[in-house]
Design a protein around this ligand. Structure first.
Ligand code: IMP
Ligand code: MG
Length: 180
């Protein structure tokens, strides 16, 4: 059965914000060559748009975590499914996230990446859910604050569906659920 979707951000609104983030990052990292670390799978669309808008040289790598099973509620457990290929010791690391919800994924990744002693570590996330976090996370660049409700599109999925949508939408039936 098809899910009912409620449009949230258009492709145009997202592209404008990504360009703005890319300008800030290009300015802040002028003269440097950061490694963008994408958190699979959700961030692959954001990372590819961001990368193509940066005016500084940079490298790209990926790792993959899983915190959500086949449901819209977090399991509270973060697992590393795929590790980095590159050596990040002494490098400028910019972690690229699609959305920060509880903050569990990010705080887990922050701990494990800092252990590798990068020269610097910062986070860019397209979306951050506006509610009290279970864990405090250090976000340097943020696209949009978002309210409760499960989002799909622009890389974000529900059971592996909807990643290809150019804009972002809420799953209608998640919108009236109480906050987690
Ligand atoms: P956190 O560990 O609770 O901060 O969750 C982070 C991860 O959960 C994100 O990187 C997403 O992959 C996934 N996630 C959280 N909220 C949503 C959503 O609304 N739609 C799709 N995926 C989500
Ligand atoms: Mg993610």
């Amino acid at each position: 059965m098809e899910d009912e979707l409620i449009p949230f951000l258009s492709a145009g609104q997202i592209q404008k914000k990504v360009a703005e983030l890319a300008r800030k990052i290009s300015r802040d990292y002028d003269g440097k060559k950061p490694v963008l670390v994408g958190v699979l799978k959700g961030s692959f669309v954001f990372l590819s748009d961001l990368s193509r808008k940066l005016t500084i040289p940079h490298e790209v790598d990926f790792l993959e975590t899983e915190s959500y099973g086949p449901s819209t509620l977090t399991s509270g457990v973060v697992r590393l499914l795929k590790d980095l290929r590159s050596e990040i010791t002494g490098r400028e690391v910019l972690l690229v996230e699609d959305i920060i919800d509880s903050g569990l994924t990010l705080s887990y990744l922050e701990r494990s990446l800092l252990a590798k002693k990068p020269k610097s570590f910062a986070v860019v996330t397209l979306l951050e859910r506006k509610r009290s976090k279970r864990v405090k996370v250090p976000v340097r660049y943020r696209g949009f604050w978002v309210p409760g409700g499960f989002l799909v599109g622009y890389g974000l999925d529900y059971n592996e569906k909807y990643r290809h949508l150019p804009g972002l939408a809420f799953l209608a039936r998640s919108v009236n659920q109480p906050e987690k």
